[in-house]
Write a protein that binds this ligand. Sequence first.
Ligand code: DGL
Length: 263
Amino acid sequence: MNKPACIGVFDSGVGGLTVLRALRTRMPGARLMYVADSAHAPYGDRPDAFLLERSRHITRFLIEQGARLIVVACNTATAAAISTLRAQFDLPFVGIEPGIKPALARSQARRVGVLATPATLRSAKFRALLRAHAASAEAVLQPCPGLADAVERGDLKAPDLLSLIRRYCAPLREAGCDTVVLGCTHYPLLAEQIQAELGPQVHLLDTAEPVARQTARLWRHPVDPPFEPPRLYTNGDMAVLRRMAHLCGQHDASVHEWAANPS
Ligand code: DGL
């Protein structure tokens, strides 16, 4: 534990970089370390026990690297694992969940769409969120199997990816949703493509910024150590991680192979 204090961030793959981007904007001096568990992506079709096991494994690795706070930059892993992680590890965790509440507050049509993974939408955590906030409006829930996986392949203009977007956006457009929640951290990487499908009048909402705000609130360590750009680890394709990091403005981030227990 004598490594310099850092904020550990993880996701099933490259999606959490959209959260890392917000963290860096909010806390420019903080040391950030990121794990993309791409060898096990997508998480969205996996059982809870598997998600918990991966989350524990990555958390241990990040702690060994000096993490004093963990950001679970994955809606799916947050829903499945964060309460157990909090009970098991002695450091703060910040999770991410679909922005149902801000979306309902913003929707004039009182009809919001939610794009998320099947595992997030069926989770007890999400169901409770919905019960707490969606009483006065309609939420159109759209599971998006295959979409995060298509992002992991690295070509955001690929025809099969664009046809998935078309398929998943159609029910939201037909229902007249004026606000759409991007309930998976991979989807902000597709914001332009989703916007083109839904039309410019639809507001897209993700929750990376509130996560960054909450992280800054909980962070008890210096935010201006000698400057070091984020370190990104992956057990998947390093070129894809590098490309997505660039897309998220992280041109100076270093990319490393992460071979630790790729089971
Ligand atoms: N990025 C993740 C999320 O926020 C998981 C996507 C996946 O691997 O299915 O839900």
